[in-house]
Design a protein around this ligand. Sequence first.
Ligand SMILES: *[C@@H]1O[C@H](CO)[C@@H](O)[C@H](O)[C@H]1NC(C)=O
Ligand SMILES: *[C@@H]1O[C@H](CO)[C@@H](O)[C@H](O)[C@H]1NC(C)=O
Ligand SMILES: *[C@@H]1O[C@H](CO)[C@@H](O)[C@H](O)[C@H]1NC(C)=O
Ligand SMILES: *[C@@H]1O[C@H](CO)[C@@H](O)[C@H](O)[C@H]1NC(C)=O
Length: 405
Amino acid sequence: MWTILTIISLLQVLIVQSLDNGLARTPPMGWLSWERFRCNIDCKNDPDNCISENLYMKMADLMVSEGFKDAGYQFVNIDDCWMAKERDSKGRLQADPDRFPHGIKALADYIHSKGLKLGIYEDFGTETCGGYPGSEYYMQSDANSFAEWDVDMLKFDGCNSDPKDMDTGYPVMSQFLNLTGHKMVFSCEWPLYQVVTKQKPNYAAIRNACNLWRNYGDVQDGWDSIVSIIDFYGKDEGNFSGFAGPGGWNDPDMLVVGDFGLSYNQQKTQMALWSLWSAPLFMSTDLRTIDNASKALLQHPGLIAINQDPLGAQAVRLYQISSLGVWLKPLAKTGSYAIGIVNRDDQGMPRTAKLQLKQLGLPGPSYNISDVFENKPLGVYTSNDMFSVSIDPTSIFVGLAIPSS
Ligand SMILES: *[C@@H]1O[C@H](CO)[C@@H](O)[C@H](O)[C@H]1NC(C)=O
Ligand SMILES: *[C@@H]1O[C@H](CO)[C@@H](O)[C@H](O)[C@H]1NC(C)=O
Ligand SMILES: *[C@@H]1O[C@H](CO)[C@@H](O)[C@H](O)[C@H]1NC(C)=O
Ligand SMILES: *[C@@H]1O[C@H](CO)[C@@H](O)[C@H](O)[C@H]1NC(C)=O
């Protein structure tokens, strides 16, 4: 079992430098097209759902009118398939002229006029995953284009490249972004491609060059995908959790809350764990059709406060007892914690977690515990007291433990 001391010693890893651009001091929040809208470029037959300036403008409008901006979501991010298939005569990237007729700069201006920020996508290799021009041999030129277009964030994928080159290549791109003088959040996929090819990511170097970094496969719209990500974050190989903190974050990929594949309880589990992990919160859902319950979940003030806690610690899994997993995240308020208890079982009835407070990793002497989803106090417990809670299949309990004097 992890002791509080091991958790504190992991937090000290934060002495490791972060990328010095002053950005992403708390996990970035926004909307990203990939999981929900993929590489749909068929604007002729599917004009409302294809990757085009209209889609991003519409989502920006809804982020403002439907309360997402007020809840903290800030970025509207383009993913793959926005480009023309060829660079221009000077070797510069260009947006697809039919789907982005006004160009990326005009789109950035529109997004900024809404008080939001624009993110864009490129790839470290010769081509993007979708087969569009990659940045290899063009990194400085591409960094300059993004700066000229007033882009606020770059997601830099790793298809069609050698993951061994990433240890030198990603820091070079980070440097080129810096040299533009235009501040851009830098989102990397460097550790992901190394984990996949059985290399050991150098998280200290990654944190030094990137504001966030994907380290596991793409999220899909289903519970199996969420469970595999939970396992990866639970195993925490290489103790990557210790590298999360202001300026740099582990990225378990997008939120699929509001899509087709997760039950309401499963959506709660994703939103709550991503919040406990101090993960970037990027929704990938259709804000035109999202139902009220999913919307309320994405805007849940208690969960977002846990996600945006200024200490920026990432919850670690203390243990897994059969289907129940216990997660603990230290908070900035002295001696306080957010607790997550996940019931990953998808069979039958709710399960009761019954644990002494000290088994939850809380050293005591006593805490005022509250239920974050119900927003209700559960009482004061000493560290020897038994804490008991019933959790539905594939659902989660989230609690706040504040020292009581
Ligand atoms: C570039 O890096 C320096 C420090 O290395 C930092 O002070 C500066 O803010 C960075 N600029 C941008 C645009 O990221
Ligand atoms: C990760 O943390 C565990 C528990 O403190 C420790 O035993 C292990 O050596 C650490 N591994 C690495 C790679 O730092
Ligand atoms: C969703 O919420 C809106 C406004 O809060 C309300 O007008 C609408 O009836 C709700 N829709 C459903 C299906 O509950
Ligand atoms: C515990 O917290 C609740 C709010 O969650 C508050 O109303 C209550 O007064 C607190 N109780 C104690 C003993 O601190």
